[in-house]
Design a protein around this ligand. Structure first.
Ligand SMILES: *[C@@H]1O[C@H](CO)[C@@H](O)[C@H](O)[C@H]1NC(C)=O
Ligand SMILES: *[C@@H]1O[C@H](CO)[C@@H](O)[C@H](O)[C@H]1NC(C)=O
Ligand SMILES: *[C@@H]1O[C@H](CO)[C@@H](O)[C@H](O)[C@H]1NC(C)=O
Ligand SMILES: *[C@@H]1O[C@H](CO)[C@@H](O)[C@H](O)[C@H]1NC(C)=O
Ligand SMILES: *[C@@H]1O[C@H](CO)[C@@H](O)[C@H](O)[C@H]1NC(C)=O
Ligand SMILES: *[C@@H]1O[C@H](CO)[C@@H](O)[C@H](O)[C@H]1NC(C)=O
Ligand SMILES: *[C@@H]1O[C@H](CO)[C@@H](O)[C@H](O)[C@H]1NC(C)=O
Length: 596
């Protein structure tokens, strides 16, 4: 447990808020004394303390906050919260002298505000943990009602999303496509009253065109050329109506697993294999995925891409392909091929499918390198294709991935979200008020389809140094920040940065930019010249996969992005953004791709 000492009196709310917002929130997960409140790996930490605090009914400190006289009920607790300690001690070598002087006597009332924020934050953490580990009676056992906990704007209902997506990834009976319509998510299943034949017909038409693969967001101008069409066609290609039909052929491939391959390289390799599959008219089936070989990936999703994202093809096709793998004739007749049938040149630098013509030839990149907008560069075809392939592979997140993102958002933005929500409540949620179990229809069918809240506008920055130096010129953090300042000049309301980096040094440097709010996950970072492989090894498989993946997805969601196109990782993020409605956000790169 982190205890932040008790050598200071509490602050009043105003100064507290100032400090909290300037330091704690700015620093996101780094705020040393708030350690437990944050941290993607740790999401659990606070709640366990919270649990300890709640169940021991005594005065128990957590993160410098003491819960006391708990037995009298939460809404009336009169805690001697030493919230100031959160800010000032235990490794927070930050002493707000002016603030110290302005302590006032009303503090006990005002401090309540922070108490309430903590409490709601903690309740969310508990619910989040439950959604991962199953229901527990914990909240009830401390006198709180699950249904009373205000909805967390930054958390997604992962079970529901997975269900909705599953429906959107399966054909409607007798139709050639899943129910992709111009309605989003649940809106599509709003009780359809029309018995009118004509309306039915239009609905059927809308579905049969399949013009709206639901994982493509943004208008056509905000995506690479043909994104919608390509995504639809890829889905159709990968989902033959009858997988057992003898005309269906397969390419079954494991993900790269040599130790030198980072996640980015593995993804790029699979994009190459998908290109081969399209060119040879085979269904791509991905097999062993080493990064999913950990206890977070349960059951059949273990060691499989389907732990993180919906599988690339239907279960029937996977089954059938695996069956064929055991048949000698199937190999001999070329019904099935494997990675060994292709040279690494074919996989890594093979021909880009021409099924859609060559849209890359007139693609206008929105990438700025060294102060100029790039008009044209080599290998535009590869850039376009990788973006499409990756968007397809990552089209739907699984419940597991969704919950990883929830945990990350809770750690980074939970405190702010709690503060915002509390500002809207006119009664104590902890009080025993009866609330409606169901929302209104507009909440259920329309607003439920909104993405979870993140503080926008958000700039995502991926700073990679370490052993990348051998591939490209290392760019200093200052240079990245220079680009951030440039964006901010044009969009002055931008002040939040999601910082994704393996380097502790970068995190340390971010402290010298106090006019930015930095958010980042709490993970052990690389120090000195440790190699990437050693570093990943030290994190363990689960963390070394989940943590970059969360950053990756966060970067694709952010409003702006700054990275080094020279790294495969950023190149792929760029691809996801350009097929995720972010073309017009532009991309500032600190260097160019080494192959251009
Ligand atoms: C990050 O989380 C770990 C637990 O996984 C914890 O020990 C550490 O103190 C946390 N660090 C910060 C800076 O929050
Ligand atoms: C989360 O759930 C697991 C399993 O139910 C439990 O062991 C753990 O203590 C919970 N953590 C918190 C913080 O509630
Ligand atoms: C699908 O087609 C079959 C045969 O044409 C028909 O019997 C069945 O009712 C159809 N199902 C739906 C949902 O239209
Ligand atoms: C799929 O194809 C196989 C082999 O041609 C055939 O036996 C089977 O009946 C087909 N299944 C459906 C649902 O059409
Ligand atoms: C793929 O490789 C297997 C042996 O590894 C071979 O039997 C088969 O003929 C090859 N298929 C093609 C299409 O080259
Ligand atoms: C960046 O641009 C400046 C002038 O605009 C030029 O002098 C410099 O060589 C360029 N750097 C690179 C790496 O292209
Ligand atoms: C790391 O740096 C230290 C000194 O800076 C050097 O002695 C050591 O050999 C380096 N290790 C690697 C793996 O490069």
């Amino acid at each position: 447990m982190i205890r932040c000492g008790k050598d200071m009196e509490p602050l009043n709310q105003k100064s507290l808020e100032r400090v909290v917002s300037q330091r704690a929130l700015q620093m996101g997960s780094s705020f040393p004394c708030q350690i437990c409140v944050v941290g993607f790996l740790c999401g659990v930490c606070l709640t366990s303390l919270f649990l300890a605090a709640l169940t021991s009914f005594g005065t128990l400190g957590f993160g410098g906050v003491s819960f006391s006289t708990f037995s009298t009920g939460i809404s009336s607790w009169n805690s001697n919260l030493e919230t100031s300690n959160m800010i000032t001690n235990g490794g927070c070598n930050f002493k707000p002298k002016e603030i110290e002087r302005r302590l006032d006597s009303q503090r006990s009332i005002k401090l309540r505000v922070d108490d309430r924020i903590s409490l709601l934050y903690s309740a969310w953490s508990v619910l989040l943990n439950e959604s991962i580990n199953g229901e527990s009676e914990f909240l009830e056992s401390v006198g709180l009602h699950r249904s009373n906990v205000p909805k967390a704007p930054h958390l997604e209902n992962c079970k529901l999303s997975a269900k909705v997506n599953e429906r959107l990834d399966n054909r409607v009976e007798n139709e050639s496509l899943p129910p992709w319509t111009m309605w989003k998510g649940l809106l599509d299943i709003f009780p359809f009253s029309a018995t009118d034949e004509q309306l039915r017909y239009y609905r059927h038409e809308a579905i049969s065109e399949g013009a709206y693969p639901p994982w493509v967001t943004g208008s056509d101008e905000e995506n690479y050329p043909f994104t919608r069409k390509v995504q639809r066609d890829l889905w159709i290609h990968q989902h033959p109506v009858n997988c057992s039909d003898s005309s269906v052929r397969f390419l079954v491939a494991d993900w790269e697993r040599l130790p030198g391959f980072g996640i980015g390289a593995q993804l790029a390799g699979m994009c190459g294999l998908l290109a081969i599959a399209i060119n040879e008219n085979r269904v791509l089936v991905t097999n062993y995925y080493n990064r999913a070989e950990h206890h977070g990936c349960k059951g059949s999703s273990r060691s499989s891409w389907s732990c993180y994202f919906f599988p690339e093809t239907s279960q029937e096709c996977r089954h059938h392909a695996f069956e064929l793998m055991g048949k000698k004739e199937a190999w001999e007749q070329g019904i099935i091929t494997g990675k060994d049938n292709y040279s690494s040149k074919e996989i890594w630098a093979g021909r880009i499918p021409r099924v859609w013509g060559n849209p890359w030839s007139y693609l206008q990149p929105t990438t700025e390198i060294n102060g100029s907008l790039v008009g044209y560069h080599r290998k535009m075809d590869r850039r376009w294709w990788r973006a499409q392939a990756l968007r397809y592979l990552m089209r739907f997140q699984t419940e597991y991935t969704c919950s990883l993102l929830n945990a990350a958002r809770q750690a980074a933005f939970g405190w702010e979200a709690s503060k915002t929500v509390l500002a809207t409540l006119d009664e104590e949620w902890t009080e025993d008020v009866k609330r409606k179990a169901r929302g209104t229809e507009i909440e259920e069918y329309v607003w439920s389809n909104h993405k979870p809240w993140i503080p926008r506008p958000l700039l995502s920055m991926h700073v990679r140094m370490g052993d990348k130096a051998c591939e490209m010129k290392v760019v200093q953090f200052e240079e990245y920040m220079g680009l951030a300042e440039r964006i901010r000049k044009r969009f002055p309301h931008l002040n939040s940065i999601w910082l994704s980096t393996e380097m502790q040094e970068v995190i340390d440097k971010s402290r010298s930019y106090p006019h930015w709010k930095f958010y980042y996950t709490n993970v052990t970072r690389q120090e000195g010249n440790m190699t990437m492989a050693t570093y990943e090894g030290s994190l363990g498989r689960e963390t070394s996969t989940n943590y970059p993946l969360v950053n990756f997805l966060m970067a694709t969601e952010a409003d702006f992005f700054i990275g080094a196109l020279g790294s495969t990782w950023c190149f792929l993020i760029d691809g996801m953004r350009n097929t995720g409605g972010k073309v017009m956000a532009g991309y500032l790169s600190v260097n160019k791709d080494r192959f251009w």
